[in-house]
Design a binder for this molecule. Sequence first.
Ligand SMILES: Nc1ncnc2c1ncn2[C@@H]1O[C@H](COP(=O)(O)OP(=O)(O)OP(=O)(O)O)[C@@H](O)[C@H]1O
Ligand SMILES: O=C(O)C1=C[C@@H](O)[C@@H](O)[C@H](O)C1
Ligand SMILES: [Mg+2]
Length: 178
Amino acid sequence: MNDFLKGTNLYLIGMMGAGKTTVGQRLAAELDYRFFDTDAVIEQVTGLPIRELFAQLGEAEFRKLESQVLAELSPYMRLTIATGGGIILKRENWSHLRHGIVVWLDVPVEHLQVRLQADDTRPLLQGTDLTVKLQTLLEERQALYAQADVRICYQAEETLEQLTMRTIEEIKQALKAV
Ligand SMILES: Nc1ncnc2c1ncn2[C@@H]1O[C@H](COP(=O)(O)OP(=O)(O)OP(=O)(O)O)[C@@H](O)[C@H]1O
Ligand SMILES: O=C(O)C1=C[C@@H](O)[C@@H](O)[C@H](O)C1
Ligand SMILES: [Mg+2]
């Protein structure tokens, strides 16, 4: 049983396609934590896919819902929360993120681009020139992602299982250092 976290929540942050949802599910299973994904909760609550929500209500309304979901989840313990890529943009969200351990999945744009090129579910990436869009977003956000407690840098040819176990090890090391 992994009890080194003592029930502290994990928040995964990072760019679209970094693997927050994918890795978050595996981390939760490994740690015997419950898993939530703020995007999925918003879709359940509104009954709209994120892309439709942006189209019908706009990004500002989506960001309000995102902050509400984060605030409602954060008082609970033993959660692994995959956040939306833009959660770091609002200062108020950081007070909730700081409630737990913030883990940045840092994946270079060239790999994000490969993962997302056939994906039409992310409204901020629609249209032409995916690489430029990703690069621009990363430049705007990098300093905010860098405020994470733990940074997990992309490693080539790593399986999801290996990445999950490395993430747990890096969180353990970060906790030892404080
Ligand atoms: N470690 C990985 N190796 C290879 N592919 C991956 C990895 N992690 C995620 N992927 C793939 O990349 C795509 C995006 O992953 P995922 O949805 O988990 O990203 P995300 O960070 O949650 O993105 P968003 O911010 O848009 O929610 C998926 O197709 C997923 O299968
Ligand atoms: O990076 C972003 O701003 C986003 C990431 C996704 O997780 C969704 O929250 C939405 O597509 C916006
Ligand atoms: Mg996700």
